[in-house]
Design a protein around this ligand. Structure first.
Ligand code: DLL
Length: 432
C-alpha cells in the first residue's frame, strides 16, 4: 500500500493544484513587488504590475531571476522580510564565482522539512526508521535538509555527516540504519568499503536518498546491489530550497516536484521561450510560498523534461526527469559541446571492465585543447589493457564527436569523494 506524508496535498487534483498555485503566485508577486527593490524595478521595466497576474499563463510576463542576481544582490537585498525574521542562512559551495546565500524564515524551514519528509515516506520511511545522514552538515543544504525532514517524520536521525567512512559503516551496522542519505558518489564509495570490510550481511539498510549531483541508472543499479537497497533520487538547490524540491517515489520514473510550493517551467536556454509540456530544456522554478528569499522564474540551469502524466503511485504532482546536466556543465572542447554525463554513460556501459570512477582533464597545448579521461579498471578486469583502451576511445568518439585519450588506471587510484564528486579538471583557465 502506498503511504504518503501529506496525502491531501500529494494527491490533489490538477485543477486544485492550479487554483492553489494561482492564489499563491498572486500573493508572492505582490509581496516581492512591495518588498524587493530588484523585482519592483524589473517589473516596472517590463511594464508588469502585480494586478496583471490573472492566470498561471501570466507567469511568463515576469522577468527571469539568475544566479548572477543572487551574486549582485548579495547577501540580503533579495529578502522579502525584515532580517530579524530570518532564522537560518544556507550558502552554495562557491566553487564557481562568488558565494551566494539564501535566508530562511521559520515557516520556510518547516516547508523545506516537509519536502524532505515527503521523500522519506516515499522511500518507505516512517517514525520507526533510522536515518543516517551522511551528507555534509553546514552551509551545504544536504545535511541539515535531510536531518530536519527525517525529524519531521519522527524517525531516529544519526547525523554522521560525510567522511570517516569506516566509522560510518560501523555505525550503520551497530545502530541498524534503515535509510542512508548522501551523494550518489559517496554511496558508491560506502558500497566499496562495505565490501572490503565484509559487513554487507550486517546491514539493515532498506533505502537510500541520494542527490546533489547527476547520476545515471547504471550507477543506481551498482549502488542498489552494493548496499542491498532501493535507491531514490532527490533534487534541490541552495537558491530555492535544499533536498526535497522534488523527490522520487517507488515508481522511480522521475521526481515529483512539490507543486504546492513551486511552479516549474521548461524554457529554451538560448531564447528564454517557454516550451510546451514534455520538451527538454532548462528548468525554471518560482517559489510561491517561500517568505524569506522568494525567487520568481529562477533559471536553475538544470536540463530536464517535465512529465504531467499520472503516476502509478497516486501522487499528482508533476515529475521532472533526472537532470541530464547543467547548461553551465557543458564543456566546449575543440569547439564541440561535451557533457560529462555522456562520458559517464559510455563508461557505465562497460562496467564489467571499468569502474565509474573517472576524471576528465582538459588543457590547452599550442593553442589546441587536449582532452584526457582517467578511468579506473574494475578489480575484475583480466583482459588486454591496450585493446580495452582502444574500444573505449572508439565508443567515446562516436558518442561525443571528438576524440579523447583514455588512460586506464589501477583500481582505487582516483581519490573518492565524500560529497559531490569533482569529475572535471579544466586547466585551460590557468592560461587565460
Ligand atoms: O546540491 C542540494 C541537495 C542536497 C540536493 C542534497 C539533493 C541532495 P547545491 O549545492 O546548491 O544544492 O547544488 C544544486 O546540484 O542545480 C543540480 O545541478 C545539482 N543537483 C542537485 N540534486 C540533483 C539530482 C544541492 N538529484 C545543484 N540530480 C542543482 C542531478 C542534482 N543533479
Amino acid at each position: 500500500m502506498e503511504r504518503y506524508f501529506q496525502p491531501e496535498i500529494e494527491t490533489m487534483e490538477r485543477s486544485a493544484i492550479e487554483t492553489h498555485q494561482l492564489e499563491k503566485l498572486k500573493w508572492q508577486v505582490k509581496r516581492v513587488y512591495e518588498n524587493v527593490q530588484m523585482y519592483r524595478e524589473r517589473m516596472d521595466d517590463a511594464g508588469v504590475k502585480p494586478e496583471d497576474i490573472k492566470s498561471l499563463e501570466d507567469l511568463s510576463k515576469l522577468p527571469f531571476t539568475t544566479k548572477q542576481d543572487l551574486r549582485d544582490y548579495y547577501p540580503f537585498q533579495l529578502l522579502a522580510v525584515p532580517k530579524r525574521d530570518i532564522v537560518r542562512i544556507q550558502a552554495s559551495s562557491g566553487t564557481t564565482g562568488k558565494q551566494i546565500v539564501s535566508g530562511y524564515t521559520r515557516a520556510d524551514l518547516d516547508q523545506w522539512a516537509t519536502g524532505f519528509a515527503r521523500q522519506l515516506v516515499a522511500a518507505d520511511g516512517d517514525n520507526t526508521s533510522i536515518v543516517q545522514v551522511s551528507y555534509g552538515y553546514g552551509l551545504f543544504t544536504g545535511g541539515l535538509g535531510a536531518h530536519q525532514g527525517a525529524e519531521k517524520v519522527g524517525a531516529m536521525v544519526i547525523p554522521t555527516s560525510s567522511g570517516n567512512t569506516e566509522r560510518q559503516i560501523r555505525f550503520m551496522c551497530d545502530l541498524g540504519s534503515t535509510h542512508l542519505c548522501c551523494t550518489p558518489s559517496y554511496a558508491m564509495y560506502l558500497g566499496e568499503t562495505v565490501k572490503e570490510m565484509g559487513v554487507k550481511n550486517r546491514l539493515k539498510l532498506k533505502a537510500g536518498i541520494f542527490g546533489a549531483e547527476p547520476w545515471t541508472e547504471e550507477m543506481r543499479k551498482q549502488i542498489e546491489e552494493a548496499l542491498g537497497i532501493k535507491a531514490h533520487d532527490v533534487y534541490g538547490l541552495t537558491e530555492i530550497m535544499g533536498p526535497g524540491v522534488s523527490y522520487e517515489c517507488r515508481v522511480q520514473q522521475g521526481m515529483h516536484i512539490c507543486e504546492d510550493m513551486f511552479i516549474p517551467e521548461i524554457i529554451n536556454p538560448d531564447t528564454g521561450e517557454v516550451l510546451p509540456p514534455g520538451s527538454f530544456g532548462e528548468l525554471v522554478l518560482s517559489t510561491i510560498t517561500k517568505e524569506g528569499q522568494p525567487l520568481l522564474r529562477y533559471r536553475t540551469r538544470d536540463l530536464c523534461t517535465l512529465d504531467y502524466s499520472p503516476c502509478e503511485c497516486g501522487r499528482t504532482h508533476v515529475r521532472m526527469k533526472k537532470p541530464a546536466g547543467r547548461t553551465d556543465d557543458m564543456l566546449i572542447i575543440r569547439g564541440v559541446n561535451v557533457f560529462p554525463s555522456q562520458i559517464e554513460e559510455v563508461l557505465l556501459k562497460n562496467s564489467i571492465e571499468v569502474s565509474p570512477n573517472y576524471q576528465i582533464i582538459i588543457d590547452r597545448v599550442n593553442n589546441t585543447d587536449t582532452f584526457d579521461i582517467n578511468v579506473e579498471l574494475s578489480p575484475k578486469f583480466n583482459g588486454d589493457v591496450e585493446s580495452e583502451k582502444k574500444k573505449l576511445e572508439t565508443q567515446l568518439r562516436s558518442m561525443l564527436g571528438i576524440g579523447a585519450k583514455v588512460h586506464l588506471l589501477r583500481p582505487k587510484s582516483i581519490v573518492r569523494s565524500e560529497g559531490k564528486a569533482k569529475r572535471v579538471i579544466d586547466n585551460r583557465k590557468l592560461h587565460d
